[in-house]
Design a protein around this ligand. Structure first.
Ligand code: ADP
Ligand code: MG
Length: 645
C-alpha cells in the first residue's frame, strides 16, 4: 500500500490498483497494488473502493496479529463494559476457539448490529482523541475479528429480559436473533484466520500461542485487581484469579502475588512517586531476585499494558548499579498520565504510547525506583536463603527422623566440633573501611557473648578465608566478604565522588607496574580521571606506570593486580566513555584488589566492622552484579533442616 500524495508522484506512470480509506485518517487514501507494477505498466486501471470485507481483513492484519491479540481486544471490551468477572477459554492456543464471557453491561440487538460494523464504538462520545479513558476507542476489533473468523456474540444488557445473538462469518454479517442468555456478553471466535490462510501460516505452535494468551491475560489481570479472571484451555484452568479487595496497594500486591508468584510479593518494595502531573505506583523486586530476561517486567500506562522502549530503558537505568547487564529485575509499574500528555493511538494494537515529555517520564521512573531500592537498605531477597536451604543435602539416613541434640547455649563446642576456624586476633592492620562509628568496633570479647540485636548479627567465625559467619538474634548470617566489600567500596566511592572527592592514601614506596606499551599509554591518558577516583598514576618510561597514591578505602591494596586489571578495562573501554560511567566495573576491580578480598583472613573487629557498615549502606544486600552479599538462615529454618520442627 502506498499513501497517495506522498508516493504517487514518485511513480513514473501512475499505475493504479485499488483504493481504500486509511483506518485512522479517513482523509488519507490508500492505494493498493494487487498486481505487480511491471504487469500494469501502460494499461489503465480503474480506481474503486475496496469492499468492507477486504478493508476489515487488512485492518485485522494489524489489530489481530495472533490469537492472543484477539483475546486482548475481547477482554479489554469486557473491562470497558464494567465486567466484574471475565472467563476465557481457548482451544488449540486460540486458533480453533476463543470464548470470552463477561458479566458487563451487555448490548441490545441494535447495539450488537452496530458493534460489528467498522468504526462503530460507544467509547469516544465527543470524538475527542485527546481524551481516551477506555481501553478501546478505535471501533475496529469486532469487525476485524469477524472478517477473519467465524464470530458469534450473544449479549443481554442488565435489566432487559431478552438476549440477542449476532454472527459474522468471514466478514458476512447475519441479522441478530433472539437467544437465551444471562446478563452480560459472550463472544465466541472459531477458526481464527480461516479466511486469511496466509496469516494462518505465521502462527506458532498451539502451545506457544497459548503462552501468549496467558501473558496477555496476566497483564490485564494485574491492572484490574478487583476483577476476577479465569482462563481455561477447555480441560483445565490456566489462570484462576479471585478478585482482590481492599486498598489499592494491598489489593494490587495480592493480585501480583497470584500472577507473578509469592516469591515476587515477598521480595518486592512498593513504589509511589509523583512529578508534575504524572503519578507512578507499583511494586519492584529487590535486585537479588532477577531473571535472564525481561519477561517479568510489566508496565502499564493509564491501566493499559504497554511494551514501551522508553519505559523499559528507564527501568534498566534505575537498576544499572545493582545488576549485571544480562540480568533483569521483576516488577510491575503503573504510570498514570493525564490523557492530554500521552498519545495511546500510536499502534493499532495499542501496545505503544508516546509521551508529550519523555524526559520527565524517564526522570520520574529512574528517581522513584532508585529511591525505593535505597529504602530497602541491605535487604537481600528471601529467595537467596530459600535456595540455600534447598541445596543442603539430606543427612545420612541413619540419623533421619527426630533426634535430640544436647542443649548448647553457647554454641562454642559445636563450632569447635565442626572445625570452625576462629578468626585471627592479630596480623592484619586495621582497615580504613572499618573506621566507622564507635559501634563498629565493639566486637564481642569472645564468641560466647550473646548476640546483640544487629540485623546482620555478630561475627563468630571466618571460614575458608572467604565467608564471615555471624550470629543474629534468631539465626545465622553468612557473608561473602568479597562481594560485600565490593559493594561497600562502590557505594563509598559514589558518595565520595558526589561530595568532596575520594580520599587517597600515599604509598610509602611508589609502585612501578609494567604493562604493554599501548595499555600503559591508555592508562596514563586517563590519569586525570583516575585521580578523581583516588588513584595517582603517572607514565614511567615506555611500557610502565608508577602508582603513587591509592584510594584510602581500599586499605592494603594489591597495587600491581589492580593496575593490570584497570589497564585491561581501559583498553576495552571506548575512548569517548568516561571511567565514571563504568564506575560499577571500576569499583568492582578496585574491590577485587582491596584488603577484604576473598582469601584474606579478617580479624573479629574487621568482620564486625564489615557487618555494621553493610547495615548502614544502601543496596548492601547485593553485589554490583545482583548476586547476594549475604544469606540469612533463620533458626526456625535450621531447626526444620534437622527435623527438630
Ligand atoms: P472499541 O472497543 O474500540 O469501541 P470494538 O470493535 O472492540 O471497538 O467494540 C465495538 C463496540 O461494541 C464497543 O464500543 C462496545 O460498545 C461494544 N462492545 C464490545 N464488546 C462488548 C462487551 N463485552 N460488552 C458490552 N459491549 C461491548
Ligand atoms: Mg474494543
Amino acid at each position: 500500500m502506498i499513501a497517495i500524495g506522498q508516493n504517487l508522484a514518485s511513480l513514473a506512470e501512475p499505475c493504479i490498483g485499488e483504493f481504500a480509506f486509511d483506518a485512522e485518517t479517513p482523509s488519507t487514501v490508500l492505494l493498493c497494488l494487487p498486481i505487480p507494477p511491471r504487469r500494469c505498466r501502460g494499461s489503465r486501471m480503474t480506481i474503486r473502493l475496496l469492499s468492507e470485507t477486504v478493508v476489515n481483513r487488512i485492518a485485522a492484519g494489524e489489530v489481530v496479529e495472533r490469537p492472543a491479540s484477539a483475546v486482548k481486544e475481547l477482554v479489554e471490551n469486557s473491562l470497558d463494559a464494567g465486567a466484574r468477572r471475565i472467563e476465557v477459554t481457548v482451544r488449540d492456543g486460540g486458533q480453533s476457539l476463543i470464548v470470552v464471557a463477561d458479566d458487563g453491561r451487555g448490548m441490545t440487538a441494535e447495539e450488537l448490529a452496530l458493534a460489528v460494523q467498522r468504526h462503530a464504538t460507544s467509547k469516544l462520545p465527543d470524538e475527542d482523541l485527546t481524551h481516551i479513558d477506555t481501553l478501546g476507542f478505535r471501533g475496529e476489533a469486532l469487525p476485524s475479528i469477524g472478517a477473519v473468523s467465524r464470530l458469534r456474540i450473544v449479549s443481554r444488557p442488565a435489566g432487559v429480559d431478552s438476549a440477542w445473538a449476532i454472527s459474522v462469518e468471514g466478514g458476512k454479517v447475519a441479522a441478530p436473533r433472539p437467544e437465551a442468555h444471562a446478563p452480560g456478553t459472550r463472544v465466541e471466535v472459531r477458526d481464527l484466520f480461516y479466511a486469511t490462510p496466509a496469516r494462518l501460516k505465521f502462527l506458532k505452535s498451539p502451545r506457544a500461542e497459548q503462552a501468549q494468551v496467558v501473558d496477555v491475560m496476566r497483564r490485564l489481570a494485574m491492572a484490574y485487581p478487583a476483577v476476577a479472571f479465569v482462563l481455561s484451555d477447555g480441560a483445565r484452568n490456566l489462570l484462576d484469579l479471585a478478585p482482590s479487595q481492599g486498598e489499592l496497594f494491598s489489593a494490587r500486591l495480592d493480585r501480583l502475588a497470584a500472577v507473578m508468584g509469592r516469591e515476587f510479593a515477598d521480595n518486592a518494595v512498593p513504589v509511589e512517586a509523583e512529578r508534575d502531573e504524572l503519578r507512578l505506583t507499583g511494586h519492584i523486586g529487590l535486585p537479588t531476585l532477577n531473571r535472564a530476561n525481561a519477561q517479568f517486567q510489566f508496565l502499564f500506562v493509564n491501566g493499559r499494558p504497554v511494551r514501551d522502549k522508553l519505559l523499559l530503558g528507564a527501568v534498566r537505568g534505575a537498576y544499572r548499579d545493582f545488576l549485571a547487564g544480562d540480568r533483569h529485575p521483576l516488577l510491575a509499574l503503573f504510570l498514570d498520565v493525564p490523557a492530554r500528555l500521552v498519545d495511546v493511538n500510536v499502534h493499532p494494537a495499542k501496545a505503544e504510547v508516546r509521551f508529550r515529555d519523555s524526559g520527565v517520564v524517564r526522570g520520574l521512573i529512574v528517581g522513584a525506583l532508585k529511591q525505593a531500592l535505597a529504602g530497602a537498605g541491605h535487604r537481600a531477597s528471601t529467595t537467596v536463603s530459600t535456595a540455600a536451604l534447598g541445596s543442603f543435602s539430606a543427612p545420612n539416613p541413619i540419623f533421619s527422623g527426630r533426634y535430640n541434640v544436647p542443649n548448647n547455649p553457647s554454641g562454642i563446642a559445636v563450632e569447635r566440633a565442626f572445625g570452625f576456624q576462629s578468626p585471627p586476633q592479630e596480623g592484619y592492620k586495621s582497615h580504613p573501611l572499618f573506621e566507622g562509628p564507635p559501634s563498629a568496633r565493639t566486637a564481642p570479647e569472645s564468641p560466647a557473648t550473646p548476640a546483640p540485636d544487629y540485623p546482620l548479627g555478630v561475627a563468630r567465625a571466618q571460614l575458608h578465608a572467604t565467608y564471615v559467619i555471624a550470629q543474629t538474634a534468631d539465626g545465622i548470617v553468612i557473608v561473602d566478604q568479597h562481594a560485600a566489600h565490593e559493594r561497600l567500596v562502590y557505594e563509598r566511592m559514589k558518595k565520595a565522588l558526589a561530595a568532596s572527592g575520594v580520599a587517597r592514601q600515599g604509598l610509602l614506596i611508589p609502585e612501578v607496574v609494567e604493562l604493554d606499551p599501548e595499555a600503559a599509554r591508555r592508562l596514563a591518558a586517563r590519569a586525570g580521571e583516575l585521580a578523581e577516583l583516588g588513584l595517582i598514576v603517572e607514565p614511567f618510561g615506555e611500557g610502565a606506570v608508577v602508582v603513587r597514591e591509592v584510594p584510602a578505602l581500599l586499605g592494603d591494596a594489591d597495587v600491581k593486580g589492580l593496575i593490570r586489571d584497570l589497564a585491561d578495562e581501559v583498553m576495552e573501554l571506548d575512548e569517548a566513555l568516561a571511567l565514571q560511567e563504568r564506575l560499577g566495573e571500576v569499583c568492582g576491580t578496585m574491590a577485587c584488589h582491596g584488603s577484604v578480598r576473598a582469601g584474606r583472613r579478617l580479624t573479629t573487629e574487621e568482620m564486625n566492622a564489615l557487618l555494621r557498615e553493610m547495615e548502614v549502606t544502601p543496596h548492601a544486600g547485593q553485589c554490583n552484579h545482583g548476586r547476594p552479599t549475604y544469606v540469612e538462615l533463620k533458626l526456625a529454618d535450621i531447626e526444620r533442616l534437622f527435623g527438630r520442627r
